[in-house]
Design a protein around this ligand. Structure first.
Ligand code: FMN
Length: 355
């Protein structure tokens, strides 16, 4: 049994064909941002506090947009989970809900909005939207998500265009022929084996801030923008009515050499100044990474690839174990930092080298 999140990667590699594994693992260009997401976390050093009686137990419970979670961890939206395991998104949703954690469902899921809702029961779920060129499709997806108890719309704004992912050029990945994209109206039946890049062709190419403002009022669900790295964009997002921003570089899969998310976070927290919730994803592999993100002001984090690896290697049980390991490590890191609850986590925990 793998003892940490990274140890799931080789198991997934064994379980998957080379193209599918490369699709999950890869990043854009020279994979500088992919690597920097991890390296930036490991450059940060913690300065723990002691004698806070944390060994007798801590409570890592969190809230996201007012909904309770057992820990500040959500599953990031990631596409094509049916290609990684037969139960796909239903297995991921059931695992997250069983631990009291949340899940964000991708537009490009192979399981329907309704089936994922059924699998996650009363678990916290968000719906990630890749806006389609046809506004009617967007309205229909959001109406279904609302009817199925999804609590927020996450609009991803750092794709299209599709990043330059060289692993996919060497080993082309395409959706297995039997799988459809049932969240998207009229796409639920399998239709050839589109590559991820081909799938982006139906997306809206001229997305702008006015679309965000319109959707905030039109859909009447909290709206988060995912893929923000600039404080100026965080500010604009709030001006246009969002409830939160997700600091993300798409796991290093889009613009290579884009700033690591944990490095981008402080300026965004400053720009947002408490007016909305700020989340982060990219490179979280340890409980200490979760604590560092919280110490820099994130409300919660989202986890991508390790969940995909757990799913590929072990289905629902694999995802449950991956998420459980991150929760356990987060609890351990909090206890060793002297924090009984998340409210005791602050920037004071991070070492600031003197110049
Ligand atoms: C295989 C894969 C598919 C993804 N698909 C989507 C998607 O459909 N929508 C989206 O907003 N982000 C997508 N992402 C990005 C993730 O939501 C998230 O930003 C990223 O995985 C976080 O970095 P991490 O993998 O280092 O945890 C995908 C990531 C991976 C690895």
């Amino acid at each position: 049994m793998p003892t940490n999140l990274r140890a799931w990667e080789p198991l997934a590699k064994e379980a998957l064909d080379a193209a599918t594994f490369g699709y999950i693992a890869g990043g854009a260009g020279d994979e500088r941002t992919l690597c920097d997401n991890y390296d930036a976390f490991s450059r940060l050093r913690l300065v723990p506090r002691v004698l806070h009686a944390t060994a007798s137990g801590i409570d890592p419970s969190a809230s996201v947009l007012g909904a309770p979670l057992s820990a500040p961890i959500m599953v990031a939206p990631f596409a094509y989970q049916g290609a990684f395991h037969a139960r796909g998104e239903a297995a991921t949703a059931a695992a997250a809900a069983s631990l009291g954690l949340g899940m964000c469902l991708s537009t490009l899921a192979n399981t329907s909005i309704e089936d994922v809702a059924a699998a996650s029961g009363d678990g916290v779920r968000w719906f990630q939207l890749y806006p389609m060129a046809d506004q009617g499709l967007n309205d229909e997806m959001i109406a279904r998500a609302k009817a199925s108890g999804y609590r927020a719309v996450v609009v991803t704004v750092d794709l299209p265009p599709y990043g330059v992912r060289e692993r996919e050029l060497h080993e082309p990945f395409s959706l297995p022929a039997q799988l459809g994209l049932p969240c998207i109206p009229e796409k639920s039946a399998a239709a050839g084996s589109p590559t991820p890049a081909q799938t982006t062709e139906m997306m809206k190419l001229d997305l702008g801030w006015s679309d965000i403002a319109e959707w905030v009022s039109r859909w009447d669900l909290p709206l988060l923008v995912k893929g923000v790295l600039s404080p100026a964009d965080a500010d604009l997002a709030i001006e246009h009515g969002v409830s939160g921003v997700i600091v993300s570089n798409h796991g290093g899969r889009q613009l290579d050499t884009a700033i690591a998310t944990i490095d981008a976070l402080p300026a965004i927290i400053e720009a947002v100044a408490g007016r909305a919730e700020v989340y982060l994803d990219g490179g979280i592999r340890r409980g200490t990474d979760v604590v560092k993100a919280l110490a820099r002001g994130a409300q919660a984090i989202l986890l991508g690839r390790p969940v995909a690896y757990g799913l590929a290697a072990g289905g629902e049980a694999g995802v449950t174990t991956v998420l459980g390991q991150l929760v356990a490590e987060t609890e351990n890191a909090l206890a060793l930092c002297g924090c009984r609850t998340l409210s005791e986590v602050s920037g004071e925990l991070l070492h600031r080298p003197s110049r």
